[in-house]
Design a protein around this ligand. Structure first.
Ligand code: A2P
Length: 339
């Protein structure tokens, strides 16, 4: 590869795709060309790329020859169909869908946590983790390295942007409608999401957990390289536009104090600690995460119900660190050989 790269963004009109484009521009990714791809419906429309705009091309009619990096965020079906074609044409695909995450010959990578997994990309595909897993492992990696996490209980509070542009529009429309005493007319979500909470994200598996919850189990183990970690998740959709939050309760092999955890997190890459109970300081999706890159951690405390328990509150922008930013960081690691 040359030191300037042809980059394709698949799903460029979507909530994640448009942020991939803005982050590529913002971080001055060394691109010789950036190509915006979406469905036939959007072909010919324009999307923002820094101060410029790009014409959207139809993915189905696009020839991937000569593409160096293809960042996919158009859903699992599109990834399953097109990612292998881009890889066969010589591109490295960085895929934001869940299509390939658990395949043993596809690295599942969080830039700050396991960049060494990029050393082998046998199928030309790298998977970007689920947004909730992503922010959780950025914060848990230093604690796992220091004290050995044996069990994680996590409840998520996931914003609607994780369900795409139509979900953002639905929350906005319903919020306005309800203030006018009109019917919220749910369509993207099964029930009203404005002023409500929905304790189901993705379909149910046979064991009573949802697929979104099982992603937190299996992706966490794969990224941290430790199949012994037990994870018990509950994933909840909340009426927040951008930014996922997580109440995380850990059990560790060795005792770790809140002060030790705070000190480790304060120097962890990609983490910002916002944790001052005396001043009432803790991170929220709106005041900290939305539009920003770091994973914010607060409410760090020793669990009064367990001798080796630690509780944390973890917040990040699910579209940025939870999706688009990490995909661009992976491309940067590959482009610079810095893995
Ligand atoms: P389009 O806008 O043309 O439908 P989101 O998750 O925010 O809803 O975004 C989904 C992204 O995936 C959009 O960019 C969407 O493009 C794209 N997409 C959906 N279906 C296809 C398809 N059949 N071919 C290419 N891109 C698709």
């Amino acid at each position: 590869m040359s030191n300037r790269f042809r980059v394709a963004v698949v799903g460029a009109t979507g909530a994640v795709g448009e942020t991939m484009l803005s982050i590529l521009a913002e971080r001055r990714f060394p691109a010789s060309e950036v190509i915006a791809l979406a469905s036939e419906r959007s072909a010919g429309s324009r999307v923002d790329f820094g101060n410029d705009t790009l014409a959207v091309q139809d993915l189905a009619g696009f020839d991937p020859a000569g593409v160096d990096f293809a960042l996919f965020s158009a859903g699992g079906d599109i990834s399953r169909e097109y990612a292998p074609k881009f890889a066969a044409a010589g591109a490295i695909v960085i895929d934001n869908s869940s299509a390939f995450r658990m395949e043993p010959d596809v690295p599942l990578v969080v830039a700050e946590v396991n960049p060494e997994a990029l050393a082998r990309i046998p199928r030309g595909i790298v998977a970007n983790p689920n947004c909730s897993t992503m922010q959780m492992v950025v914060a848990l990696k230093p604690i796992h390295d220091a004290a050995g996490i044996t069990r994680i209980n996590v409840a998520t509070y996931q914003s609607v942007s994780g369900a795409g542009r139509s979900a953002l529009e639905e929350l906005g429309r319903q919020s306005a409608a309800l203030l006018r005493f009109e019917d919220p007319n749910p369509s993207r979500f099964p029930v009203q999401i404005a002023y409500n909470l929905i304790p189901q994200i993705d379909a149910f598996a046979d064991n009573g957990y949802t697929k979104e919850e099982l992603k937190l189990v299996f992706e966490t183990r794969k990224i941290l390289g430790d199949d012994s970690i037990q994870v018990n998740p509950t994933a909840v959709r909340v009426p927040v536009f951008y930014g996922h939050s997580e109440a995380v309760h850990l059990e560790t092999r060795d005792k770790i104090t809140a002060a030790e955890a705070r000190a480790l997190l304060a120097k962890a890459p990609g983490v910002v600690v916002v944790d001052d109970p005396a001043k009432g300081e803790w991170p929220t999706p709106v005041t900290h995460a939305s539009g920003n890159d770091p994973v914010y951690v607060g409410r760090i405390r020793e669990d009064i119900s367990h001798p080796r328990g630690l509780s944390l509150w973890i917040v990040a922008d699910n579209i940025r660190k939870g999706a688009a930013l990490n995909a661009v960081q992976i491309a940067e690691l590959l482009a610079t050989g810095g893995r």
